[in-house]
Structure formats: C-alpha cells, structure tokens
Ligand binder design. Structure first.
Ligand SMILES: Nc1nc2c(c(=O)[nH]1)N[C@H]1C(S)=C(S)[C@@H](COP(=O)(O)OP(=O)(O)OC[C@H]3O[C@@H](n4cnc5c(=O)[nH]c(N)nc54)[C@H](O)[C@@H]3O)O[C@H]1N2
Ligand SMILES: Nc1nc2c(c(=O)[nH]1)N[C@H]1C(S)=C(S)[C@@H](COP(=O)(O)OP(=O)(O)OC[C@H]3O[C@@H](n4cnc5c(=O)[nH]c(N)nc54)[C@H](O)[C@@H]3O)O[C@H]1N2
Ligand code: SF4
Ligand SMILES: [Mo]
Length: 733
C-alpha cells in the first residue's frame, strides 16, 4: 500500500500566487504528485485556483520533461541531444566559459531570463550575481516584452525604478483599466487572486470599471468598454489630460503638494485635444470628454495599465500618463486611488539605494539603448550576437525563457543563437529556444524547491507573504538553478560578488548581520533582507517581525499591515522630493508623438495585430498539458472582424495567412466582432516545434514572427518591443 500525504504550497505560474494543496503519494525518496487542488483556507485566494495552476500536475509529471543534462550531439542539428552526466556538463560548460572570458572578457557573456524567474527568488539572485561578477551588460529579459516601460516611467516620475504603483481595489469608486484583461490574466502588477470578485465589488458599491481595449475582452464585457485603436493609448490619455486642463478639472492642491513640472506637461498636451486625436484613437471626442469628467468627479479613482499599455511605440509615455492621470485627479498615493508598493524582501529597494538598479548607466552597442535595471531590449539580442567587435555577445545562459517564441522576430534570433560559442539553458523542457543550445540542464519545478515571493508581494491591496518548502524531491537529476549557477561559477573560477547592499544597512544592523554570519547562499541574503526589511525582526530588535525561520513556521504565510496612502515622500528619490511630471527624457518623446498625429495606415498592411491571452495557456510553456489542451476550441486562431474578413476574402474557420513587413504566418481565422474593425488579435506562444509532442501537434503559429526586432521599431526609452499594433495584412491561404 502506498501512503498519501498533502502539503500546503502556493502556485508560481502567475502573479496571484494562489494557495494550493498538493497530494503526494509513494514512499519517501520515491514520491509522486497525485494532484493539486485549491487551498480553501488560503487567506487571499480562498479556494480559488485557475485551470493552469491545477494542470501544473501535468507539467510536474510530464514524461517529456528534461530530467537529465542534455548535450548537443557533435555537429548535430538543433534539437539533437544526448544525455550526459552533471559532472561532464558542468566541467565542459565551466571550461568553455573560462576560455571565452580569458579570450574576450566577461563582457562577452550574457543571459536571457524568462518570466518564471520572477517567481524564483534564488534563481533571480544567483543569476544576477553571476552577471555582476562578470561585469557584463549583456542581460536580456522578458521585461522588454512585458513591463520595462512601467519601470522606466517610475524612474522618471519618482526616481524609483522598481516601483509598481497599483490600484487600491479595496475602496476605489472608478477604475480605469488601460490594456489589461484581469478576468483572464488574473491580474498583473496588482496581486489579487480573487480579482473578479474585487472588480465586481466596485460596481456593486455603485462605482465603475471602464476598460480601454481594442478588443471586447472578457473584462471589458463584464464591465464598461471603450474600444480604442491599438497602440494609441498615449494619444488618448494625453487627450484626457488635455480635457482636465481645459475644463479646469485638475486637483491643483494635490498637484502642488506632490509634483513639479505640471506646466510642461499641460503645455505638451495642448497639441492633443480629443478632436485632434480621434482619428488616431478611434474614440469619439465626446466620449473622451465624459471620461475625463467622470474620472475627475469620482470620489476615489484609480488608473491601471498592464501589457496592453506597455507593448506599443510610446509605451513609456503611456505608463507616465497613467500615473499622471491619477496624480492630476488627486488620486495618487491615496487609499481608494493608486498606491505605492512596499516590498517585503526588499532586494530591489535596497539595490536601488545602493545605486545598483540602474537606468541608462550603460548603452547597448546595437541601437544605443539605455539599460533598464541592467537589461537591454531582447529585440537586439540577435544583432548583439552577430555584430563583431569588443563586447560581442558570445556565450549566453537562458534561464527559464523561450525568446524565440516570445520576443520579436524569433526566426532571426534562432539563427543568431546558432552562432554563439556557448549556449546553455536551464529549463523544464526542450523548447523552441534551447533546441539551439549546447546544453539543456534540468531545472527543478516550483514544487521541487523552497521559495518565498519577492517583488510581486509589494503591489497588493492585501499584502501577504508565504514561504514554502519543497513539496517534492527533484525528479530525475533536476537541480535548483542557483546551485547549478554556483557550481558553474566555482568551476570556472568566478567569485560570485555579493552585492554592496550590506553597506546600505545601518551600523547596528550591519553588525547584527555580520554576527549572524554570511555564508553566501541566496537564502542567507533573503533572510538578511527579510529581517532588515519593513516587516523584519531586525535581528531581534522587533518582536514578532519576520525572518525566514518565522516564515517557515507559518504554512499559509502571514497577512501584512494594509497598505496606506501618504508614502510618496518615502518613495520619491528626486532631490526635490516630488513627482517629476516633466522629465527631460520625455521632451523628445512628446515631439515624436506629435509627429505621429497625422500618420496614416500603409495600404499594404491595413490591419493592426494585437495579442491575446487565454485562460488555458501560459505564454509559450503549458501547451504540453493534456488537461489544458483538451477540447475542440483549443486551437490557435486569429480573431478578425467580419468586415475585414469580407474585404480580404477570409472565411471563418479556414486557414488565413497574416503578413507583416517582417514575416508571414498561417493560422485559422475566427471571425468575431469582439475585435474592432481594422484590428486582429492573435495569441503569442504558439507554433511549437521542440521537445513537447502535444504542443507540437497543436499547430498554430508564432505570432511574434510578425514582430520587428529592428532598432527603429523598438521604443527608445525602455526598449519595448512593438507587439501590440503591428501593421499586417490578411489573405486566405
Ligand atoms: N506578441 C506578444 N508576445 C509576448 C507577450 C504578448 O503579450 N504578446 N507577452 C510577453 C510577456 S508579458 C512575457 S512574460 C513573455 C514570456 O516570455 P518567456 O519567459 O520567454 O516565455 P515562457 O513561455 O514564459 O517560457 C518560460 C520557459 O521557462 C520554463 N520554465 C517554467 N518554469 C520553470 C522553472 O521553474 N525553472 C526553469 N528553469 N524553467 C522553467 C518553461 O518550460 C519555458 O520554456 O512573453 C512575452 N511575449
Ligand atoms: N491565462 C493566462 N494568464 C496569464 C498569462 C498567460 O499567458 N495566460 N500571462 C501572465 C503574464 S506573463 C502577464 S505579463 C500577465 C499580463 O496581464 P494582462 O496585461 O492583464 O494580460 P492580457 O490578457 O495580455 O491583457 C492585455 C489586454 O490589452 C489589450 N490590448 C492590446 N493592445 C492594446 C492597446 O494598444 N491598447 C489598449 N488599451 N489595450 C490593448 C488586449 O486586447 C488585452 O485584452 O498575464 C499573466 N497571466
Ligand atoms: S491564477 Fe492560476 S496560474 Fe496564476 S497563480 Fe493562480 S492558480 Fe496559479
Ligand atoms: Mo509577462
């Protein structure tokens, strides 16, 4: 008879971090996950978990998971691997890394880290430590396809780059959603597992939720929808600000108390009255005026944007305008409005204080892009590999990422990856990116590792922190990423530098921290930051405060004090202590926006493609789950308005070819008026051809083959890829 036990943990696929109960069977040393179910008693998710979280059991037990180190067969094609021992793999990787460093310097080595690293504190810390030790600027991440514009906006406005202001869902009366679909994505940049309930509560108490989106998304359908042209939010929000000024709806007291530069901002928006932007935004000027008035009149209003506001040509300006609207209506840093986050394991804040979270401290060779927290845009990675000269990227680690499917112009990147001297990936699968690697090393899943959440916890109306131990022993020969990085560094003779953070602690804390001793593992760092952080035990100076030990004894974690307004002075790092509404970097950006007012569509590419997230996908990596892929509707499709389909001769359910200036893909047409005319919506992360047979069999195409990695198409302030609003044409196949 096999025994079954249950363990409490939390999901690390997306930001709600829902509480889960894992059922495990078998004898110690030979256990297997039977199922995952929602944790009814979890303080935040209270019995909620989405289909992806529950279907993670399929990933955990997937027979196609990589469970041994794989080495590319000598002279083999992409994807041709043989199993090797850890010792062989680590020995060869370390030797080749050493050789690359000795010949070309540490600046020839780099990394790309994917979305799952955001849920993996030890991997995030140790991969960063390795790059710091190498002194390289070649760091790339999903940030430039996701959220870096938000960070740069925070840098410009607050001089606090890691700050992610969030809507106070507890008590707001008016939530303006700019390009987010929380009913499907379950919320990003704001942690609220039961987000549907919280949005419904706003309308139930007489408030409103208004969604700006080119598609009548699940969230737009459930609340109020304002349909907007793709990649036009900067125009629209500039018009809203213009109306606030023109109609004297600005909360001047708040503006005076909180900001500098308002005249410059209001000067800039003079060129964008709703009548001037209507042709770009597709929104009737009367609607914009009413929106501005309602936002200003609401007792407490919040403005919230996510990926739909970040993946366009003016992403940073859009993110700036989102906060500016909150500020101008008196809703920034105020309960029921937009709140400023406070980390629990404040490694970003501490690094920022130590001057380590940089913006524009280093420029890229290709395209002259500023770094955003040490990373350059993923769009230029291929050309950084291909462009000869000092600093050429020659050895790359890919940590939990699949940029060939998730970043612009994957085929171009895939070709470039083949030119690297060394490509090493740590992943759960052979994916479309690491099939080009020299080594694919098996990583542990989140059920197989100890964890504590970091950045995400800060941006929540209900801050809560939970630690989890590993629920299962690593399957096969899988190892936690940080241990692999540590070992590669050791064998290559690289000393992992401990950040200069210690120096930022006050003297008594520094003393206490030293006394506790710092054997350098990520966990000593996490503990140090936790204990010296806002809720920490300060090494015994604060009773009841947090430490790793304290957290380990709380299986469902702990609720933290509710967030409050009035924190601006703590957050803003500008010498004048106020929000800068007119940062110098934006002057040229306003000119660029203005120059695009009259831009018209190229008749060769009359449509605009945007992305789409579905409940049963997670970017590119859960398409091998039989549970998630079940059902006739699990096919990749392009949503096209019937009018556009009629013009192009495209038929519902039939294959359609989508062309852009960069590439062409084929998928199935799904005619629906949920997209506005002129817009098509296609999910990213499909078109599989790697080590996952269910995913491969699912068909579909990689929508990012249509996206451009050309320097002139990348947003210049944060390096955002243009993934929403790509000019395309459709035709029947
Ligand atoms: N067109 C378009 N493109 C987009 C977007 C869009 O909206 N539109 N969204 C962008 C966004 S927001 C994101 S975040 C990116 C995602 O971009 P990526 O992070 O590059 O892609 P994922 O599909 O999340 O791939 C994650 C990889 O990590 C592996 N993995 C999962 N868990 C672990 C783990 O615990 N350890 C290790 N080592 N590996 C693990 C998976 O097997 C998978 O191969 O895509 C971006 N691309
Ligand atoms: N089921 C599921 N959940 C996920 C993920 C997933 O892949 N699947 N991914 C996770 C990740 S990595 C992230 S970052 C979050 C993202 O979280 P969200 O940003 O909430 O997710 P999306 O569904 O991409 O929502 C973006 C919305 O913006 C709209 N949009 C597109 N272009 C524009 C535009 O130009 N302007 C405006 N105003 N709107 C636009 C889209 O139609 C879409 O409805 O979701 C997370 N949750
Ligand atoms: S919403 Fe789903 S995938 Fe995201 S954390 Fe919760 S259970 Fe996991
Ligand atoms: Mo993301």
């Amino acid at each position: 008879m096999t025994s079954t036990r249950t363990a409490l943990t939390y999901c690390r696929i997306c930001e709600p971090l829902c509480g889960l109960v894992a059922a495990v069977e078998g004898e110690p040393g030979n256990e297997r996950l039977v199922s995952l179910r929602p944790d009814d008693e979890h303080p935040l998710s209270r019995g909620y978990a989405c289909p992806k979280g529950l279907a993670f059991a399929d990933v955990q037990n997937d027979p196609e998971r990589v469970l041994q180190p794989l080495r590319r067969v000598a002279g083999g094609a992409p994807g041709e691997f043989e199993q090797v021992t850890w010792d062989e793999a680590l020995g060869d990787i370390a030797a080749r890394l050493r050789e690359t460093i000795d010949t070309y310097g540490g600046t020839s080595v780099g990394q790309f880290f994917g979305n799952p690293v955001g849920f993996n504190v030890t991997a995030a810390l140790w991969s960063g430590a390795l790059m710091t030790a190498l002194g390289t600027g070649h760091q790339y991440s999903v940030g430039s396809q996701d959220i870096n514009s938000r960070y740069v906006a925070s840098k410009l406005l607050y001089d606090s780059i890691s700050q992610v202001p969030f809507p106070d869902l507890r008590s707001t009366d008016f939530l303006l959603v700019v390009g987010a679909n929380p009913l499907v994505s379950r919320g990003s940049g704001v942690r609220a597992p039961r987000v549907k309930e919280h949005l419904s509560a706003i309308t139930a108490r007489g408030g409103r939720v208004v969604v700006l989106d080119p598609r009548r998304s699940e969230t737009a359908r459930a609340f109020e929808h304002v349909s907007v042209e793709p990649d036009s939010d900067a125009f629209l929000l500039a018009s809203v600000v213009q109306v606030l000024a023109e109609e004297d709806l600005v909360a001047w007291d708040a503006v005076a108390a909180q900001s500098v530069g308002v005249e410059t901002l209001l000067d800039a928006v003079k060129h964008f009255p709703p009548e001037a932007t209507a042709a770009r935004t597709g929104v009737d000027p009367a609607t914009v005026r009413v929106l501005a008035r309602d936002l200003a009149a609401a007792p407490r209003a919040a403005v919230y944007g996510r990926t739909g506001s970040c993946l366009g040509r003016h992403a940073t300006l859009t993110s700036v305008l989102i906060d500016a609207l909150a500020l101008l209506t008196g809703n920034l840093d105020r309960e029921g409005g937009v709140l400023l986050g406070q980390a629990v394991v404040p490694f970003e804040e501490v690094a920022e204080k130590a001057g380590r979270l940089t913006y524009d401290a280093q420029r890229s060779r290709v395209g002259d892009f500023p770094d955003v927290m040490g990373t350059w845009p993923a769009a230029i990675m291929a050309e950084e590999i291909r462009t000869p000269g000092p600093g050429q990227l020659r050895a790359l680690f890919v940590l939990a990422g699949n940029p060939v499917l998730t970043s612009p112009d994957g085929p171009h990147l895939a070709d470039a990856l083949e030119e690297l001297d060394l490509l090493v990936s740590l992943d759960l699968y052979v994916n479309e990116t690491n099939r080009h690697a020299d080594y694919v090393l098996p990583a542990t899943t989140w059920l197989e590792r100890e964890d504590v959440p970091f950045a995400i916890v800060a941006s929540s109306p209900w801050p809560h922190v939970q630690h989890t131990t590993a629920v299962l022993a690593p399957a096969g020969e899988a190892r936690p990423e940080w241990e692999v990085i540590d070992e590669v560094a050791r064998r290559a003779g690289i000393t992992l530098l401990l950040p200069a953070w210690l120096g930022t602690l006050t003297a008594p804390l520094r003393y206490a921290a030293r006394r506790v001793g710092l054997r350098t593992t990520p966990w000593t760092l996490v503990d140090l930051l936790l204990r010296t952080g806002p809720h920490g035990d300060r090494f015994g100076l604060r009773r009841g405060g947090l430490s790793l030990r304290a957290l380990r004894s709380l299986p469902r974690g702990r609720m933290l004090p509710p967030p409050r307004g009035g924190r601006l002075a703590e957050v803003v790092r500008h010498p004048h202590g106020k929000v800068d509404l007119a940062p110098a970097q934006l002057a040229a950006e306003w000119d660029r926006l203005r120059s695009r007012l009259e831009e018209t569509r190229d008749p060769a590419y009359p449509l605009r493609m945007i992305g789409l997230r579905e409940m049963r996908s997670q970017n590119s990596w859960m398409h091998n789950s039989p549970t998630l892929m079940k059902g006739r509707n699990r096919r990749h499709t392009a949503r096209i308005h019937p009018d556009d389909a009629a013009v192009a001769g495209v038929v519902d359910g039939a294959p359609v070819r989508i062309r852009s200036a960069v590439g062409a893909i084929e998928t199935l047409a799904h005619l629906t008026d949920e997209v506005r005319p002129g817009t098509i919506a296609v999910p990213h992360g499909w078109g599989h051809a790697a080590g996952w047979s269910t995913a491969n069999a699912a068909g579909g195409a990689n929508s990012n083959e249509l996206a451009s990695s050309r320097v002139e198409d990348v947003e210049h302030l944060a390096g955002m890829a243009l993934l929403n609003g790509i000019p395309v044409a459709v035709e029947p196949v």
